[in-house]
Write a protein that binds this ligand. Structure first.
Ligand code: GUN
Length: 291
């Protein structure tokens, strides 16, 4: 019996459900549109954005892709976002993170109109999530909730340890899981690089969510028997292969899978869900704007 949670399978089911939402919008002459903005030379970011665009194509969302040279002034990015905010064919805007060091990340996130903010990163949307009234749930943490649900893991009353405190994953994950809401009601601990004795914390967990961006940080010895392990990490590790690297999660998969009740692989775990939830948010943005 396998204890792997198959992210592709869960994502495909969600995409099939979304397809019928798109058909309903089409009946009202609305085609959801998503603009992705890339201001980076990073190969991984380029890959992520092209996967998001491909997913739009596959499902019937109109994709617009904008590239801004990584050395362009911040103003150019801010102006482009302003134009996208005003474009009636664009319902969702995603600026791939991270942006270059000379660009103020907060200024970029605040420039995206909150009703177009399919990442859920604008302070207004972060505030709404924190107070239990989310508009757009951030895609990766929302995808993790969907994976847990699909694996029949009830989070209510469970000890969840999140490893990583990023604004993209760790913090919104904490907010979603602690809410008095479906797939929430958990007792949440957020660990990070300054946490003392990380292993003692993760061993207390019914559910471990690894999102630190450190290859194979979590091994079998750090898990309790029957822990559920969700690996959000996607780390490129150099190898002698033709590609030059392989993808490794934040969890040492081979050892952890022997102990875990359920575990997500990398790739093929959380990644496909991030994309499905982005499509979900884009359709929601289109519906909100056409209301
Ligand atoms: N970089 C890594 N993950 C994400 C994400 O979910 N959204 C954006 N915009 N950038 C990212």
């Amino acid at each position: 019996m396998t204890n792997h949670i198959d992210g592709n399978k869960v994502a495909d089911r969600i995409k099939a459900e979304l397809h019928s939402c798109i058909e309903t919008l089409e009946q009202n002459d609305v085609t959801p549109g998503l603009a992705t903005v890339l201001m980076s030379d990073d190969g991984a970011s380029e890959t992520y954005v092209s996967m998001k665009q491909q997913a739009c194509d596959d499902i019937g969302i109109e994709g617009f892709h904008i590239e801004i040279p990584a050395d362009a002034p911040e103003k150019r990015l801010l102006q482009r976002i302003e134009e996208l905010n005003a474009d009636p064919t664009v319902h969702g805007i995603l600026v791939q993170m991270p942006v270059p060091d000379h660009v103020d990340e907060s200024a970029v996130l605040e420039q995206v109109d909150p009703l177009h903010d399919v990442d859920g990163f604008h302070p207004e949307n972060v505030g709404r999530l924190t107070t239990g009234n989310p508009r757009f749930k951030p895609c990766t943490p929302h995808g993790v909730q969907k994976l847990l649900e699909a694996a029949d893991v009830d989070t209510e009353g469970k000890n969840v340890v999140i490893v990583g405190r990023s604004n993209i994953v760790g913090k919104p994950m904490m907010n979603l899981l602690v809410q008095k809401a479906e797939n929430g009601n958990a007792t949440v601990t957020v660990c990070h690089s300054r946490t003392e004795d990380l292993a003692a914390k993760t061993r207390q967990a019914d559910i471990v969510i690894a999102a630190a961006g450190v290859p194979e940080l979590i091994d079998e010895s750090m898990l309790s028997e029957e822990a559920v392990v969700i690996d959000v990490g996607v780390n490129r590790v150099d190898t002698d292969t033709e590609k030059g690297y392989e993808l490794v999660g934040d969890v040492e998969f081979e050892s952890a899978k022997k102990k875990a009740a359920a575990i997500t692989p990398v790739p093929g775990g959380v990644g496909p869900l991030t994309i499905s939830m982005l499509l979900h948010n884009t359709i929601k943005a289109a519906a909100l704007q056409e209301d």
